[in-house]
Design a protein around this ligand. Sequence first.
Ligand SMILES: NC(=O)c1ccc[n+]([C@@H]2O[C@H](COP(=O)([O-])OP(=O)(O)OC[C@H]3O[C@@H](n4cnc5c(N)ncnc54)[C@H](OP(=O)(O)O)[C@@H]3O)[C@@H](O)[C@H]2O)c1
Length: 347
Amino acid sequence: MRVAIVGGSGYVGGELLRLLAMHSGLSVSVVTSESNHGRPIHAVHYNLKGYYPGLRFVRYSLDTVSKEADAVFLALPHGSSLHKVPELLEVGLKVVDLSADYRLKNPELYRVWYGYEHPYPDLLQRAVYGMPELHRDELRGADLIASPGCNATASILALAPLIKEGLIETDGIIIDVKAGSSEAGSKPAPHDHHPEREGSIRPYAGEGHRHVAEVEQELSALAGSRVRASLTPHAVPSVRGALASAYSRGVGDVGERDVLRAFARMYGREPFVRIVRNTPLKYPSTKYVIGSNFADVSFAVEGSIVKAFAAIDNLMKGAAGQALQAFNVAAGFDEADGLRAPPLRPA
Ligand SMILES: NC(=O)c1ccc[n+]([C@@H]2O[C@H](COP(=O)([O-])OP(=O)(O)OC[C@H]3O[C@@H](n4cnc5c(N)ncnc54)[C@H](OP(=O)(O)O)[C@@H]3O)[C@@H](O)[C@H]2O)c1
């Protein structure tokens, strides 16, 4: 199957190229970049020298993509996929969108969180939220996948077993995410430039991080009732990695065994979620997932408070890896195809 990567010069586009170089059934036929068209892939992604001989960035055109690809990964900034998705579906391509443009089911929420009226509410219903742990059955055969946000992925995976089994109170969950600088993409704003982040840890988006919308959407669907969460991301001075720590009150006498059972029932057979219990630490660390598609999860029960943790590589399980995992399910490939590389150590 031939694949186009639109927005291929960015960090997520680069990770998709790295993963697809290891896939048994997908080959990259088109890579677009408006600012690098005509240049070879390794002119931007130096790590990929030798992997895509002869392939060069081209400008996006529907005609080129529809003639030369069967499926498209859109790795564009928010808002830039909005009008491309319907035209790509119209010509029969399978589409994976890594932006937030098709993640929310309720079109009203786009006005609240993103400040615009969503022009294609029907497509929001057609899109499948690309988290296989929650939507594997819906993903099979899907032609539009909305790939989750990175902070949302860590938050949802940490909390899902607790919500699914009704073990915590669902009104007022507190989530704290620490995230590396690559979350901000390859064109940094002044405060995201690495010299400004190095040696510092600071919160941002304290009053309404947009990923709350998808966290509440997905957890509410699992709970069968309205879940309310407050999420504060923190910029930390690493390049990759996102760690979510989530807190809520337990329901009744919930104890460590109840929580462990809930995690084991939900994730025991998941190919890319590992429950961390003293291996080598008691709680997950971004250090041991970097470069891989794993989410490492764990928990703690302290009196009436239940805490849940998840560590991911934001560019892998938080973006390109999860997008490929979801696409593998949708297109009928082995779910782990292209994703078997273990984490780096040391990272
Ligand atoms: N970074 C992460 O950890 C992460 C995690 C999950 C999801 N995402 C999402 O994935 C998408 C890509 O993120 P990224 O980190 O790869 O960003 P990035 O490094 O800034 O790359 C964005 C890509 O889009 C192109 N582009 C920029 N502005 C554009 C515009 N106005 N119209 C069309 N193309 C434009 C850029 O190249 P040219 O200008 O050369 O075309 C580049 O190839 C974003 O929606 C992001 O929110 C990122």
